[in-house]
Design a protein around this ligand. Structure first.
Ligand code: URA
Length: 250
């Protein structure tokens, strides 16, 4: 194959989120399926009914674990010990937070992408770089005045949208995170974050209007990843940033 064409196929796959080589040798899955065909039936045996495992409610487990965390370090440890979210198994790192704990502004993003998963820090990829520029435009930065986290601490495979049950089981951790970081205001970026923090979606309608989330004033905004795809929407984002700045100066 033409190496340039091969390279562009690879770039395309990475763009889609398939950025991990998971095996050195190809696997013939048709051959495996053939081998796995059931053997001829043997004489029927009576199988005892399985013992019913006790049902676990992951949201209740999350709520108890989050409530038991007395500070941000303990909350990070509680998240790390939470075993009921499948996303954890596919992720390289727990992505907890970045910036200044205790800052007036706390930003809630959606979920780590490839770069964040690698580094274990939120918003370090292209969307994160845009976020840093947006913050700088109103004299804020993660180094001095902003605390940043995500609804989900683990990267969803292929960057797919998190499922409702995944959002629901992370919500108690997020709520506790806000209580412990105790910002003056929240900035909620994108629909997934609105779902987790406000219980509703519709960022185009919600953005720019102050709401309340976890007992704090909360400003929904377009997600920077969306702004990268739709640069014309940066006008609205700029208006929202000015609104945020005005609130902080009031
Ligand atoms: N998008 C998010 O919502 N969070 C990140 O950390 C990175 C990209």
């Amino acid at each position: 194959m033409d190496p340039y064409l091969a390279r562009s196929y690879l770039d395309w796959l990475v763009e889609l989120g398939a950025d991990e080589a998971i095996g050195d040798n190809p696997v013939d899955r048709y051959g495996l399926a053939e081998k796995a065909k059931p053997a001829a039936p043997v004489a029927a045996v009576t199988v005892p009914a399985p013992v019913q495992a006790e049902e676990v409610d992951p949201v209740a487990v999350a709520r108890a674990a989050a409530a038991g965390a007395e500070d941000l370090g303990a909350l990070k440890a509680a998240l790390g010990a939470f075993e009921h979210c499948e996303l954890k198994r596919g992720a390289r790192n727990l992505v907890f937070a970045d910036g200044v704990a205790g800052a007036k502004v706390m930003i809630i993003g959606e979920a780590p992408g490839r770069d964040e998963d690698r580094e274990g820090r939120p918003f370090v990829g292209r969307a994160g770089q845009l976020l840093d520029r947006m913050l700088a435009a109103i004299d804020l930065s993660r180094e001095s005045s902003v605390y940043i986290t995500n609804v989900l601490p683990w990267r969803p495979p292929q960057n797919r949208d998190p499922k409702p049950d995944e959002i629901a089981m992370m919500q108690p951790f997020l709520e506790r995170h806000v209580q412990l970081a105790d910002p003056d205001v929240l900035v909620i970026m994108g629909n997934i974050s609105c779902q987790a923090a406000l219980g509703k979606r519709g960022i185009t309608r919600l953005r720019g209007n102050w709401a309340e989330a976890f007992g704090k004033p909360a400003l929904p905004m377009f997600h920077p990843a969306y702004l990268l795809r739709q640069p014309a929407m940066k006008r609205e984002a700029w208006a929202d940033l000015l609104e945020l700045k005005a609130r902080l100066l009031a």
